[in-house]
Design a protein around this ligand. Structure first.
Ligand code: ADP
Ligand code: MG
Length: 360
C-alpha cells in the first residue's frame, strides 16, 4: 500500500487458426520458458521478457492461475482498484482470453474448461463472498467506448451517450451509468452476455466478430462493516447496525476488465466509409494510450505531464495506469508469420508497459 508497484504484463500466444494452418502460415513466435519469448522471421530476430508467457497450448485455467488474476480478485476484495486489460490486434485472442468462445456463439454454451478470465474471476469472487458470510455487496457496470462516445451496455433501450466527468475526489467518472447488483454467477454472466451482445461489432477482413469498441466491465465490491461479535436474534441484526467495537471498517474495491478494440492499422483491415471512421477513432484512443504508457514508463522524477485527456479511454484508465490502481495487462498475439509486424508492435508496446508503475 502506498508503495510503487509495476504493471504486471503477461503474454498470450494463441494457436494458429484452421485458416492460417491451411494456407501454410509459418509460426514465428516461440516461447523460451521463464517468461521469455522469441520472434524469428526473415529480417527479425528478437527476444522479449514478460512476467509470464502462455504459449499456444496453455489452457484458460493456466492463464487464470499463472497471470496473477486470482490475486487481483483478492486485492479488489481488499479494497484496491484493480484492472485487467487485454491488448493486441484484431483476431489475436483478446475476447477469447477474457470471456472464452462463449462470446462468439449464441447457440451453444461454452464448456466450463473454456471459460475466460472474467467468468473465472466471478466464480472466485462469489466463492470468497460466500466464505466471508456474504458481507460483500457486489454490483456491475458495463460500458463501451465507440467512436469516442461512452455507451451504457446494461441500460435498456437504444444506447445513448453518457458524459464523462472529473472531480477531485473521484477522478474521472461516467455520469449516470447503470450499476446492477448481483449475487450469483448466473446473474453476472447473464449481465455480461446481455452487454456483450449490445457491443458494436462489425465483420472485417481480420475477424468475423471483430469488436469495434473498447468495452469496460467494472465490478464494484463493497465489503460491509462486520462486527467481530455478531449477536443474532437481538433485533439488531439489520443492515447498518453491525459497526461497533471490534468492527472492520468498510472497504470499496473495484475489479475492471477492459477488452480493447483491435490495435491493427486501418489499411490492413480493408475498412472504408463508416468502418474507417471507427478504425480511426480506435486508433486515436490506442495511440493516446500508447503515448500515456511511454510517458508513464519514464522514471517518476523525469515524467512530464501525462495527457490522459487526449481520449476517453485514457481518462477512464487514468487511475489504473498512473494512479492508485493495480493493473494486469494481457498482451495477445498470433504466432503467424503474416501478423509479424503487428505482433512486433504489440510486443514493443507491452514491454514498455512493464516499466509503468502505480501507487496502490
Ligand atoms: P480478438 O478479440 O483479439 O479480436 P478473438 O478472441 O475473437 O480475438 O479470437 C479470434 C479467433 O481465434 C476466435 O475464433 C477465437 O475462438 C480463436 N482463439 C483465440 N485465442 C484462442 C486460443 N487460446 N485457443 C483457441 N482458439 C483461440
Ligand atoms: Mg474481441
Amino acid at each position: 500500500e502506498g508503495r510503487e508497484t509495476r504493471l504486471r504484463v503477461v503474454l498470450r500466444v494463441r494457436p494458429l487458426t484452421c485458416t492460417e494452418t491451411r494456407r501454410g502460415d509459418q509460426r514465428v513466435v516461440h516461447s523460451l520458458g521463464d517468461g521469455a519469448v522469441h520472434v524469428s522471421a526473415a529480417r527479425h530476430d528478437a527476444t522479449f521478457g514478460f512476467s509470464a508467457v502462455f504459449d499456444t497450448g496453455a489452457s484458460q485455467e493456466a492463464v487464470f492461475e499463472g497471470s496473477g488474476m486470482r490475486q487481483l480478485v483478492e486485492l479488489a476484495i481488499d479494497g484496491f482498484s484493480c484492472t485487467a486489460f487485454a491488448f493486441g490486434q484484431t483476431g489475436s485472442g483478446k475476447t477469447y482470453t477474457l470471456m472464452g468462445p462463449l462470446a462468439q456463439s449464441d447457440t451453444q454454451p461454452a464448456s466450463p474448461a473454456l471459460l475466460g478470465l472474467m467468468q473465472r474471476s466471478f466464480t472466485c469472487l462469489l466463492d470468497q463472498s460466500r466464505s466471508r458470510g456474504s458481507d460483500l455487496a457486489l454490483s456491475a457496470s458495463y460500458l463501451e467506448i465507440y467512436n469516442e462516445q461512452i455507451r451504457d451496455l446494461l441500460s435498456p433501450g437504444p444506447p445513448c451517450s453518457l458524459p464523462l466527468r472529473w472531480s477531485k475526489t473521484r477522478g474521472f467518472y461516467v455520469e449516470n451509468q447503470l450499476s446492477v447488483e448481483f449475487d450469483s454467477l448466473e446473474a453476472i454472466v447473464s449481465l455480461l452476455l446481455q452487454g456483450s451482445q449490445r457491443r458494436r461489432t462489425s465483420a472485417h477482413a481480420l475477424n468475423r466478430h471483430s469488436s469495434r469498441s473498447h468495452a469496460l466491465l467494472t465490478i464494484h465490491i463493497r465489503s460491509r462493516a462486520v462486527s467481530a461479535h455478531p449477536a443474532p436474534g437481538e433485533g439488531w441484526g439489520g443492515s447498518g447496525l453491525s459497526a461497533g467495537a471490534g468492527a472492520c471498517p468498510s472497504k470499496q474495491g473495484t475489479l475492471c476488465f477492459v477488452d480493447l478494440a483491435g490495435s491493427e492499422r486501418v489499411k490492413e483491415t480493408g475498412s472504408s466509409g463508416e468502418l474507417s471512421v471507427e478504425a480511426n477513432s480506435i486508433n486515436r484512443s490506442l495511440l493516446a494510450l500508447g503515448h500515456c504508457i511511454s510517458l508513464l514508463a519514464k522514471p517518476r522524477g523525469k515524467r512530464t505531464h501525462i495527457p490522459y485527456r487526449d481520449s476517453k479511454l485514457t481518462r477512464l484508465l487514468a487511475r489504473s495506469l498512473g494512479g492508485s490502481g493495480i493493473t494486469l495487462m494481457v498482451a495477445c498475439i498470433s504466432p503467424s508469420s503474416r501478423c509479424l509486424s503487428e505482433t512486433l508492435s504489440t510486443l514493443h508496446y507491452a514491454s514498455r508497459a512493464r516499466r509503468v508503475t502505480t501507487r496502490p
